[in-house]
Design a protein around this ligand. Structure first.
Ligand SMILES: [Zn+2]
Length: 121
């Protein structure tokens, strides 16, 4: 549906703010709603820095389902990045962990802390 058609449907309805986000993000959500024939509109209240996406209360569930699926996909993509990052950090730390006794951070000397001599290996 077009923005105009959406507006006509929204005019007499009870509206809820579904999301508050940047203009680009809200426009993207708006387009997805319209494409799915869910009437939606964006508005920017004067007292808000963010753009609001308004939909009808009865459409909240449908819109949530639609965006949930999308966010799950995003989260899965990000999840794999996080796993890689975590692994990378682990590798970076190897051999350079702070000594549990004195907190000295340096490569071990013969398997022991270079500062206090605590054997760590
Ligand atoms: Zn130490």
């Amino acid at each position: 549906m077009t923005e105009r058609e959406a507006f006509e449907q929204l005019e007499d309805s009870e509206l809820v703010t579904y999301a508050q986000a940047s203009l680009d993000y809200c426009k993207d959500m708006l387009n997805k709603c319209l494409k799915a024939d869910i009437p939606a509109m964006i508005t920017k209240p004067e007292d808000s820095e963010r753009v609001h996406l308004l939909i009808r209360e009865q459409d909240v569930e449908q819109v949530s389902t639609m965006f949930d699926a999308e966010w799950r996909e995003l989260a899965e993509q990000e999840g794999s990045f996080q796993a890689d990052d975590a692994q990378k950090i682990d590798e970076d730390f190897e051999g350079d962990l702070p000594c549990p006794a004195c907190g000295h951070v340096a490569p071990l000397v013969e398997g022991a802390c270079a500062d206090c001599g605590l054997v760590l290996e």
